[in-house]
Ligand binder design. Structure first.
Ligand code: SAJ
Length: 447
């Protein structure tokens, strides 16, 4: 490499380093969802000017009007950065040339065949590539298979822009680690892994993340960083499947899986609490491990744990249907004659996200059995199931008492479960939330 070129690289690198260190860098965040918006606010709070790119124009406008739609974002923080001119959202990519750092936080869903769907990533990468400038840092936060950054994003950026990674622009992967609804661990105090396939990119990306995150963990490649995140979610999917399988076995053995798990978790070391449930929802745990499963096949490698975990976790909504049928049968009520009240439709407690929620799968099964279903969820005013719209009913003693069976599908903290059991004819508790309460145990069937 010629000395001039080396000098140019150094100057490009030094200029960006300076702007990141003194927070004068302009930061672009592509995708203002549950990952992107909290990230954008954190960067704006320390003085960076943040330009959000949000494909949904209504969401972009809501950001600019300080109409917060992400529960993990503090309304006052959002107001402060927007009114202070530090955060502005746009529906398009026109401002990419002004940006020094571009952070990609778009969804990575699955196709119907459980294979990776990189459409969002490819679409935004193409738009960025057409306007990429020397001296810019691009980082990918979306959870994806090892190789996406180096084998999909890098070639698109280099071929379309004619620029070279590590010399003209910098590229890294830093997987998001947002636990939606977690009040203790936020974007700021959750350690963050950063990986890149060249030294300059790794150094500059690490510096960037260190500006707002207390502990940054560099790894030697983008692939390693991608694999770290997919492993984290595979770890959860497999352990959740393990306790779900235990629940299925305990049902056969007529044992109480909650008693077994609560006792096992008294061991002070070598175990970690996971609990059975109606299935696994959200846009991470049921999805991300299959990105690794798909990539592993390229190496002629079968990731059996991932496949089996997915199979067991997807079986749980049908198991709830079967248990509900048994309870109704014991009451002498045919499903087609039954009134069922489902408590909670969000994919996990104390939030309103019902995407991929197992509770929706349970409701679908109940509707297939011609059950008369209503639901109550304080966080979710309406849902669609089997092509029908359903609206959350008010939770009153009457709506509880009129049901032949109450199914607890999501264990929101604010529900009065003691009163629920007292007023109900029968309860199917798929979350074990009533197991330690002083209530009429005769009425309650645990998963
Ligand atoms: N679930 C169980 N049993 C359990 C734990 C969870 O049935 O013992 C169910 C939940 O009800 C939910 C699903 O699994 O339907 C996923 O729950 P989750 O909390 O594991 O997943 P997310 O998607 O809300 O958040 C996770 C993060 N969670 C934690 O680390 C606790 C983490 O895996 C990722 O940082 C994040 O997804 C992400 O974005 O990848």
């Amino acid at each position: 490499m010629s000395l001039n070129l080396m000098a140019d690289i150094n100057q490009t690198f030094l200029d960006l380093q300076e702007k990141i260190s003194n927070h004068t860098a302009i930061v672009g965040v592509v995708g203002l969802g549950y990952v992107g918006l909290p990230f954008a606010v954190e960067k704006a709070k320390v003085g960076f000017t943040v330009l959000g790119i949000e494909q949904n124009p209504l969401r972009a406008e809501r950001v600019n009007q300080v109409d917060n739609y992400i529960t993990d974002v503090n309304n006052e923080d959002l107001k402060q950065v927007v009114k202070g001119g530090k955060l502005k959202a746009f529906p398009g990519f026109d401002h990419v040339p002004e940006m020094d750092v571009i952070v990609i936080c778009v969804p990575t869903p699955l196709t119907k065949n459980l294979t990776p769907n990189l459409n969002y990533i490819e679409n935004v990468t193409q738009k960025i590539a057409h306007q990429l400038k020397p001296g810019q840092l691009v980082t990918l936060e979306s959870t994806t298979y090892p190789g996406t950054t180096d084998e999909v994003i890098r070639p698109m950026l280099e071929q379309i822009s004619g620029l070279k990674q590590g010399e003209d622009f910098f590229l890294a992967h830093s997987p998001e680690r947002v636990d939606p609804g977690n009040k203790r661990y936020t974007t700021k105090n959750t350690s963050k892994v950063v990986g890149a396939s060249d030294g300059h990119s790794l150094e500059i990306a690490t510096l960037f993340y260190e500006q707002t995150i207390e502990h940054v963990v560099p790894v030697t490649s983008a692939k390693a960083a991608e694999l770290v995140k997919v492993f984290e979610n595979t770890f959860r999917a497999v352990n959740i499947a393990l306790v779900n399988e235990l629940a299925l076995l305990c049902d056969r053995m007529n044992l109480n899986v909650w008693e077994v798990l609560d006792a096992a978790n008294t061991k002070p070391f070598g175990i970690m609490p996971f609990y059975p449930g109606p299935g696994v929802g959200g846009h991470c745990i049921p999805i991300d491990p299959h990105y690794l499963e798909w990539k592993a096949k390229e190496f002629n490698f079968e990731t059996h744990f991932i496949a089996l975990a997915g199979e067991i976790n997807r079986k749980m909504p049908e198991f709830v249907r079967e248990k509900a049928r048994r309870v109704l049968n014991n009451l002498g009520i045919a499903p087609a004659k039954a009134k069922v009240l489902v408590i909670g439709v969000a994919y996990k407690k104390d939030l309103g996200d019902w995407r991929e929620s197992p509770a929706i799968a349970v409701i679908d099964y109940l509707l297939e059995d011609n059950v008369n279903v209503v639901y109550h969820d304080p966080y979710v005013p309406e849902i669609e199931a089997q092509g029908q719209m359903f609206y959350s009913v008010e939770l009153t003693d009457e709506t509880i008492a009129v049901a032949d069976l109450v199914i607890i599908a999501t264990d929101h903290s604010q529900i009065d479960y003691i009163n629920l059991v007292e007023k109900a004819k029968a309860v199917l508790d798929t979350r074990g939330v009533t197991r330690l309460l002083k209530c009429d145990r005769e009425k309650v069937t645990l998963l």
